[in-house]
Design a protein around this ligand. Sequence first.
Ligand code: NIG
Ligand code: FE
Length: 417
Amino acid sequence: MATVLYNIGQLLTMDHQDGPVRGQDMNELKVYEDYGLLIEDGKVSQIGSSDQIKNLPADHKIDCEGRLVTPGIVEPHTHLVFGGSREHEMALKQQGVPYLDILKQGGGILSTVRATRETSAEELYKKAMFHLDRMASYGITTVEAKSGYGMDHETELKQLRVANKAGSDHPIDVVSTFLGAHAITEEYKDDPEALLDKMAAMFPTIKEEGLAEFVDIFTETGVFTVDQSRRYLQQAKEYGFNVKLHADEIDPLGGTQLAVELGATSGDHLAVATDEGIQQLASSNTIGVLLPGTIFYLGKGEFARARDMIEAGAIIAISTDFNPGSSVTENIQLIMSLAALKMQMTPEEIWHAVTTNAAYAINRGEVAGKLKVGRQADLVIWDAPNYKYIPYHYGVNHVNTVFKAGCKLYERGGLHG
Ligand code: NIG
Ligand code: FE
């Protein structure tokens, strides 16, 4: 099967250099105008001028009519699989009850833990597939999915299995992360170490069954300390897992430094990372995954200092953090606007942050995030004339068509009547 895309107004291949893009380099973007692309057997087989590509033999020819074409978006941080929802907490937030207080009272993450325990694997699967469909509609073709709403062996395994099954059944590629250390449940409130031991006892099974590639932890006041996180993640590394941290989201405990110290693939949130944390991040290969949706949605705190991080030389990605509590959206395009408006990232930096760097943040840098001859054809045709338009025109969906491995995954429906 061969498909030709021609008359592409702007093509971003994101194929600038090997490896992730760091610091000032994030502001460089190659834009190919009036281009075309040939897809054969699910892969990109030629990239060239529109005139050159247009007349190649193909089963389908798509006139892009001057639209923008980019690689499929990579989402490096989501809590895809969960039971229930938490709209009832919105009023508490409006009254100014802090996120960590809601958690302390047994709500927040713990309320989703209860709901997830009560929801069958079949229901969780249906729900996850629904959210994946919606992510696809926003241009996402690869996504990371965390567990962490089970916090007992049975439910964590249920979540991980659902994430893996959804990943094999849905065209979107799903990368699984074990976040058993996500909160402290009532029975462990006086002994969080015992909870960590209980979660660490799952490492061998998760490894043997290939249920997760990463182990993640919530390093935060009232959740796990830096020392507890270090010990737990070191154990995870001994079992051969790559590690990630929810770090410096609300209180600056030094999670950013710990991510660097452990050689974590990514340190996520980093909203309150200190100068020292930023310097260390910048001189490491740990990717900072910034999640401005949570600051916007919780209505508290400062947005991560993306400018300082990029100027210091760090590798930055951005993500929705899709979850039922702190960032309830699958709309990565809205997050791109927040990155521009609230973290002063340039459109060029933002595109690196949702493609190449996002892919490296989940160890998919060699297969996703770029359009390149020989690589899987994951791409988006946008109803936009240029790449700066997406963060600019905010809150709506600009996707025209999404291709995953050369097959149409989503197409904007026309108006009826
Ligand atoms: O990334 N910070 C911890 N975990 C999630 C929130 C999960 C929830 O509130 O359900 C986050 O913000
Ligand atoms: Fe998260």
